[in-house]
Write a protein that binds this ligand. Structure first.
Ligand SMILES: [Zn+2]
Length: 117
């Protein structure tokens, strides 16, 4: 029984690709090993592609989530600012800032609040 050729690994690691190819053409054992390895590496490529595609999708989803969160937070802070800023709300609602007179308070000639003694 023939001893299985064990040169493959050695050639694969230390020799040039021409030397390896030349040996593969004349050695069935190494050729079989080479083909098995090609199968494994193409399988690994497939897994890698799948993994990267999945990761890309995940990153896109994460980015979209960040954009949504950013929008929610900026809208909330602008909204919060607007709701606590009476002048801004008046301008938005009535088109102008309301004076004390507009609000129905008694005012003097200068538009300042009059306070009864
Ligand atoms: Zn061989």
């Amino acid at each position: 029984m023939n001893e299985k050729c064990s040169k493959y690994e050695e050639l694969f690691v230390s020799s040039s690709s021409e030397e390896l190819e030349k040996h593969l053409q004349e050695c069935e054992d190494c050729k079989a090993e080479y083909e098995a390895q090609q199968k494994v590496s193409s399988l690994l490529d497939e897994v890698k592609m799948y993994y990267y595609a999945k990761r890309k999708k995940r990153i896109a989803r994460l980015r979209a989530a960040c954009a949504v969160m950013f929008m929610v937070f900026s809208l909330a802070s602008v909204g919060g600012f607007a709701l606590t800023n009476d002048d801004l709300m008046d301008t938005l609602k009535y088109g102008d800032t309301l004076s004390a007179e507009d609000l129905g308070f008694p005012v003097d000639a200068d538009g300042l609040l009059m306070v009864d003694e």
